[in-house]
Each structure stands twice: as structure tokens, then as C-alpha cells.
Design a protein around this ligand. Structure first.
Ligand code: ZN
Length: 185
């Protein structure tokens, strides 16, 4: 995928800021359009990775499983941007899977979460994308992804709901079929 043109983005940011009455020539804001452009690029970098590239990358990292014990990585912190308002969603992501023939290191699972979080997104799609990707890479007996998200678009605007946390829970395979597995998770 083509890399974004930072300078062009900065020009557009400057125009938007002028429209709301900001002085983009002031000392504090002179670099703001460029900074904002770089921040947006960084916060959406996951979307320019491409699933094929990620698949190749992570398939090479897999190791052989020696048992079928459930693996859980809890509390992966990631920040994505909601596709409706372009405001941050602060997420805590938990991934669980029951290996069949392959396993993946814990830090790799956190990296996968990062690639799917750093996009323009909604929380449900992020959870589904992570679960589907892990299924593809590891072919596990089951996978579960749970995301707790704080949505700044709900906290800072509209209803200004500063407390609620949105929970999304995706369960595939044995997590869906077997209540014991689900409870263990
Ligand atoms: Zn939103």
C-alpha cells in the first residue's frame, strides 16, 4: 500500500484548524499540522501492513505445540481510532487459545493485537480480525478475544459518558462449543 504524503496531509490539517479559528502561525501551533499528520499516520499504521505480509511474518514465528493447554495473554494495552469520529479508543485486549499443533510466543500475540488495533476501526471488527488472524496462523482448537474499550468519542463529545467501558467478546471453536473451556477463560 502506498505511503501517505505527510506534507499534503499537513496542508489539509492547517486548513481545518483555520476553519475553527485557530492561529496556525502562533509559536505553539506552527508545527501542529505536521505533528497531527504524523500522529494520524502512526495511529493507523496497522492498516498499511496487509494481511498477506502479516501472515508470512507470523507463520515463520510459530513453534510446535507439545500439549493442548490453554494459553492466555491478558491486558494488552493498545490505542486505536474510531472510524466514526477519528478519536482514540483505549483498549485492553485479552487473547486466549487452545493450541492444536502450533503455538506462538506471548509477545507475538501482543504484536498481532497491535497491528489490528492501530487502524481506523470499530471495536467489534478489531476483535474479529484478531481472532480470525490467529485462527489462520495457528489453526488452534479454539480462540477467544476479549476487548474492553474506552471510547473518547463518547467521553469527550455527544453524551459525555465518561465512565462506560464497551466490552466485546469473540469466541471461536472449542470456546464456543465447550462451556468448560469458556469458563476456564
Ligand atoms: Zn466514535
Amino acid at each position: 500500500m502506498k505511503e501517505p504524503d505527510i506534507n499534503k496531509m499537513a496542508e489539509h490539517y492547517a486548513a481545518i484548524l483555520q476553519e475553527i479559528g485557530a492561529d496556525v502561525q502562533s509559536d505553539g501551533m506552527r508545527e501542529t499540522p505536521l505533528r497531527a499528520a504524523k500522529a494520524l499516520v502512526e495511529m493507523t499504521e496497522g492498516s498499511r501492513m496487509g494481511t498477506d505480509r502479516l501472515t508470512t511474518m507470523f507463520k515463520a514465528e510459530c513453534q510446535t505445540a507439545v500439549c493442548h493447554d490453554m494459553v492466555i495473554v491478558e491486558g494488552i494495552k493498545e490505542v486505536g481510532l474510531c472510524e466514526h469520529h477519528l478519536l482514540p479508543i483505549i483498549m485492553s485486549i485479552t487473547i486466549g487459545y487452545v493450541p492444536d499443533k502450533k503455538i506462538l510466543g506471548l509477545s507475538k500475540l501482543a504484536r498481532i493485537a497491535g497491528y489490528f488495533a492501530r487502524r481506523l476501526q470499530n471495536q467489534e471488527r478489531t476483535a474479529h480480525s484478531i481472532a480470525t488472524f490467529i485462527e489462520q496462523i495457528l489453526e488452534p482448537l479454539g480462540v477467544a478475544v476479549l476487548i474492553d474499550g474506552k471510547h473518547l468519542c463518547a467521553m469527550a463529545r455527544g453524551v459525555r459518558d465518561t465512565h462506560s467501558i464497551m466490552k466485546v467478546n469473540v469466541m471461536h471453536g472449542t470456546f464456543q462449543k465447550d462451556p468448560n473451556v469458556r469458563n476456564e477463560f
